[in-house]
Write a protein that binds this ligand. Structure first.
Ligand code: GDP
Ligand code: CA
Length: 327
């Protein structure tokens, strides 16, 4: 067992932040205090958007707030104890989106970020700066410095920002596909491929495979970095017992022709030995019957509790993922 494994996690917002908290917890339980030195999180920035003149990074902020312990865990997004005075004022001006709430404290984050971007800092440098405020215990990297916001294309050709489709329409409009315009010209943010190359394990958080992990993998150079990594790549299923746990990932999976099952998502990522990604895949006890199917795809499958309902369970799951990599 390596006592201080270097870990890279690929993550989206809600599932991602719970899992990252678990990884930090597992490292602390091993007696590692400086977890930021060994834990790098590559965060989806496909959800990012410009609204009322400020840059929003929903998944980056979800993970930052969760690691800082200032997130609103009841609501599932934003800052705990936030107020909405500015939001009401924006609505009086008929500015922004009436169905999209921006908390006052949250707006402080967006203003700080936008100011630094306007001064010429890259998203990577901005995130580094934002990481100084709280002891996060992890190094956060955006997947790319390029603006490649996710666009949903409906069957009739209508295009809208992912956030509008998700928050305003609650994913009820059937998507034909998801696009990240310009991503073909993007590259991984500085430090990302280096972290992957130096890692002892790369973990795929149980995040939305289509609109959280999907954009990360779509950044040119990302798959090659993963393929070349000496580290084992271990994924955690976001699907338990044929259902998504939080959110509406099933709609996204259906749109790209993937069944909402732990085995189908594993097949979607593919076995590393067969030009895919995964060395190992963690599935829930509820899905034990799918173990053989996953193994048949050339992916080692491990059955373990996947519910991240509290910090201890999340840490146990992370420990199981490290164990799957022999760490
Ligand atoms: P988002 O960016 O806020 O949508 O969050 P993510 O993409 O990081 O995570 C969303 C996914 O997390 C959903 O598809 C859920 O199925 C999954 N998820 C949420 N909570 C849990 C949990 O407790 N256990 C597991 N295994 N998956 C979870
Ligand atoms: Ca997200």
């Amino acid at each position: 067992m390596t006592s201080t494994p270097r870990i890279v996690v690929l993550a989206g917002g809600v599932g991602g932040s719970r899992f990252v908290l678990g990884v930090r917890g597992a490292l602390r339980a091993r007696g590692i205090d400086d977890t930021a030195a060994v834990l790098t999180v590559v965060v989806n920035t496909g959800d990012d958007l410009w609204l009322s003149g400020v840059r929003l990074q929903p998944d980056v902020d979800s993970i930052t707030y969760a690691l800082a312990g200032v997130n609103d865990s009841e609501r599932g997004w934003g800052r705990v104890g936030d107020t909405e005075r500015v939001n009401r004022e924006l609505q009086e001006w008929d500015a922004g989106w009436p169905w999209f709430t921006l908390g006052d404290l949250d707006l402080g984050t967006h203003l700080a970020r936008t100011g630094w971007l306007r001064e010429g800092l890259t998203p990577t440098r901005v995130l580094e700066r934002m990481s100084h405020r709280w002891p996060l215990g992890a190094r956060l990297l955006p997947m790319t410095d390029a603006e490649v916001d996710t666009v949903v294309v409906l069957a009739d050709g209508t295009r809208m920002h992912f956030q509008e489709w998700w928050t305003r329409h609650r994913a009820t409009l059937a998507p034909a596909r998801f696009e990240n315009p310009g991503i073909e010209h993007a590259r991984p943010a500085p430090g990302v491929t280096e972290a992957i190359a130096d890692a002892d394990v790369v973990l795929l958080a149980p995040s939305n495979p289509v609109v959280s992990i999907g954009p990360i993998l779509a950044v040119p150079g990302m798959r090659a970095a993963l393929r070349d990594a000496s580290a084992a790549i271990v994924g955690v299923s976001p699907i338990i017992g044929g259902k998504v746990v939080r959110g509406m990932a099933d709609v996204c999976l259906t749109a790209i022709g993937v069944e909402t099952s732990a085995a189908a998502v594993a097949a979607h990522y593919g076995a590393r030995s067969r030009h895919g990604l995964l060395d190992a895949w963690l599935i829930a006890e509820e899905d034990e019957a799918l173990s053989a199917e996953v193994a048949g795809r050339g992916i080692r499958s491990l059955v373990t509790p996947l519910w991240m309902t509290d910090a201890a369970r999340s840490a146990a799951l992370a420990e199981a993922a490290l164990g799957a990599a022999g760490l």
